[in-house]
Design a binder for this molecule. Structure first.
Ligand code: TYM
Length: 331
């Protein structure tokens, strides 16, 4: 049985990008593998040093996880900071990581551009902590979106380096769990290539958005003035509408609008109406479970408590092994 590990930062509610990047095929994934899913609250401090309400965000992500299909009876679901062993593993890994390689990471450079007044060491060390999250459970597979590809590659580098330095094949080299497809990047409704809450709230569809909110956001999505000749390439905004449609609608529906586009007869209003309906239908069961879970506060706390216990067990074993491999011994 393979081991799967993945995390999401608790910077707000989960959106469709998170869902298709990391949570797709949850049911199959947790039935066939030993899964660890966590809420990366340490990581969120790199960009939100004073989260307005860290605990509420963590709770909401936990609710969204379960509503999206994660079953705490089958998978281990936990809060990263409940398993501080990850900090020790991160520290130990960091001894064999070079500052230069961390400075070249695309996400670090982007964060430096975005928050020039808060270029903290946590940001630089972000890929090491992320590698520790994954290696803590000696995972084989990591379900992530395309934006995490480089971080995952670094995780493999760090694991390989550790194995090489200490001459033991201890860590496996984890690969992306891509469900047999390319890694995905779900675009935003505002014409941006990635749905992301940090860019523009209106460009995101949250799993917890009420149907009327989904409809309003989709109907306001950016499009263009329409093709004027057959074969005209699509603008980014229109390409985005098609990509979103591919995620939630049937292939026949996508083909219908594709044909309309090619024949220069497309009416974006009709396309958006269809997209909104299909998105609402897709999200309906998740949305209903979210509403239900929000009133089950004790249950959510219990899931977090039990998940932390299971995760600590797996984490302690790895940290114990790693300490021994490195050579720490009681005097
Ligand atoms: P985060 O919190 O930004 O995103 C969580 C997951 O959602 C995916 N994702 C997307 N996928 C497709 N299209 C999008 N528009 C989109 N937006 C987000 C991300 O790829 C990710 O899988 N560093 C991670 C959190 C993390 C982690 C880990 C992940 C910490 N430790 C260990 C995996 C394993 C992050 O910031 O994801």
């Amino acid at each position: 049985m393979d081991i799967v590990a993945s995390g999401i930062r608790p910077t707000g509610f989960l959106h469709l990008g998170n869902y298709f990047g990391a949570l797709r095929n949850f049911i199959k994934m947790q039935n066939e593998n030993k899964c660890f899913f966590f809420i990366a609250d340490y990581h969120s401090l790199t960009t939100h040093p004073h989260p307005s309400d860290l605990q509420t965000n963590v709770r909401n992500v936990l609710i969204d996880y379960i509503a999206a299909g994660l079953d705490p009876e089958k998978a281990t679901i936990y809060v990263q900071s409940d398993v501080p062993q990850v900090c020790e593993l991160s520290l130990l890994l960091s001894m064999n990581v070079y500052v230069g390689e961390l400075q070249r990471v695309a996400s670090f450079k982007e964060k430096v551009r975005r928050q020039p007044n808060n270029v903290n060491a946590g940001l630089l060390n972000y890929p090491v902590l992320m590698a520790a999250d994954i290696l803590l459970h000696r995972a084989d597979k990591v379900p992530v979106g395309k934006d995490q590809e480089q971080h995952l590659e670094m995780t493999r580098d760090f694991a390989q380096r550790f194995n090489h330095i200490y001459q033991q094949e201890y860590f496996k080299l984890p690969v992306a769990y891509n469900f047999g497809n390319e890694l995905v990047k779900i675009p935003g409704l505002d014409g941006s290539t990635k749905m992301s809450k940090s860019d523009n709230e209106a460009s995101c569809i949250y799993l917890s958005d009420a149907p009327e909110v989904v409809r309003k956001k989709v109907m306001r999505a950016v499009s263009d003035s329409g093709p004027t000749e057959p074969g005209q390439p699509k603008s980014q905004a229109v390409e985005n509408l098609f990509l979103l449609m591919k995620a939630v609608s049937t292939p026949d529906t996508v083909q219908y609008f594709e044909d309309q586009y090619q024949a220069c007869q497309i009416r974006y209003g009709d396309m958006k109406k269809q997209l909104a309906n299909d998105m609402i239908a897709f999200l309906q069961p998740i949305y209903e479970r979210i509403l239900e879970l929000r009133s089950k506060s004790d249950y959510i706390s219990k899931v977090a408590r039990e998940g932390a216990e299971k995760a600590r067990e797996s984490a302690s074993k790895t940290v114990r092994d790693v300490r021994e491999i490195i050579g720490f011994k009681a005097l």
